[in-house]
Design a protein around this ligand. Structure first.
Ligand SMILES: C[S@@+](CC[C@H](N)C(=O)[O-])C[C@H]1O[C@@H](n2cnc3c(N)ncnc32)[C@H](O)[C@@H]1O
Length: 287
């Protein structure tokens, strides 16, 4: 399932929102320059030691995490579909003086091209809102396996699809996702950075663009957790960890979310715990 037309529309929708997101981030370059990090504990734990490793950050958005990963001693390449996100990431890297190579590309094209050119990495990483943009998990997982060194590691941290059965007010109104079925979101990629109320802006929250409305719709692809794991396993990767977390880092997707230390957002007290995030660590066999 190629869905190039839908992915192209997603590029346009992402391009439209990046400036609004960035407008809330405060002086991120200064924060990073002074040793700050945009990463959360969960990705640190799954990634392990990065000093001296080559790392590709897939769907890197505006590059804050890519730069934070480079600060940990990795040589980082960031890849993203959005022209605006990559331009913002390059600008951020220039301002911080931390070297990261950002490449603008669709992840499917990039993985194919990198394999053709024989490029390989010790680590591949993607996080927080990535699976929902992928129409085909099989070729994505095979592409990742194809650019990892023997013994290389893939780490994914993403929002748990179990939470996708709820509307904003915790009503169970949707089926559990499955099969990558496309969902047209007419209102496009929203300003979730503003909605997080500081959860996603470690350098401090700035009011910035108000009441952003995206004129460009987007398409999400709805997958369940088992389908993600199976795609990685079928691509020959060994799953070495599958974590499920009863909180979402930074993001307030639902009404009444409470903030625990470490910017962990949890449901209001009357909602029983459910997994809101998951993490996968997978490894390619030593040859
Ligand atoms: C929610 S963001 C990921 C958050 C990111 N990890 C961060 O550090 O901010 C999703 C990103 O996926 C990118 N994206 C969506 N579809 C893509 C595709 N087909 N190929 C590459 N990037 C894609 C978007 O441009 C966007 O920057």
């Amino acid at each position: 399932m190629d869905r190039r037309d839908l992915r192209e529309q997603n590029r346009v929708s992402w391009n439209a929102v990046v400036l609004a997101h960035d407008s809330h981030r405060g002086d991120l370059s200064r924060f990073l320059r002074e040793g700050g990090s945009t990463l959360f504990r969960e990705e640190h734990d799954l990634l392990g030691e990065l000093e001296g490793k080559s790392l590709v950050h897939l769907q890197c958005n505006s590059g804050g995490d890519s730069i934070s990963l480079a600060r940990l001693g990795a040589t980082v390449t960031g890849v993203d579909l959005s022209d605006e996100a990559v331009s913002s990431a390059r600008d951020l890297a220039d301002k911080t003086g931390i070297r990261v190579a950002f490449e603008r590309a669709d992840v499917y094209d990039w993985l194919q091209e990198a394999a053709r050119e024989g490029r390989v990495f010790d680590v591949a990483f993607a996080s927080y809102g990535v699976i929902c943009w992928l129409p085909d998990l099989r070729s994505w997982a095979q592409g990742i396996a194809g650019i990892l060194n023997p013994g290389g590691r893939f780490v994914l941290v993403d929002f748990h699809p179990a939470a996708d059965v709820f509307d904003k007010d915790w009503n169970h109104v949707h089926d559990y996702p499955s099969g990558g079925v496309p969902l047209l979101v007419e209102e496009g990629v929203g300003d979730y950075v503003a909605a997080s109320g500081g959860g996603l802006t470690p350098a401090g929250f700035v009011e910035g663009v108000r009441d952003f409305e995206n004129p460009e719709g987007c398409y999400l692809f709805r997958w369940r957790l088992g389908e993600v794991i199976t795609a990685l396993a079928e691509a020959g990767l060994s799953i070495t960890a599958l974590k499920e977390y009863p909180y979402a880092n930074g993001e307030r997707k639902f009404a009444g979310m409470r903030e625990l230390p470490g910017k962990r957002m949890v449901p209001p007290e009357h909602i029983p715990a459910i997994p809101l995030m998951y993490g996968i660590q997978a490894e390619k066999a030593e040859s």
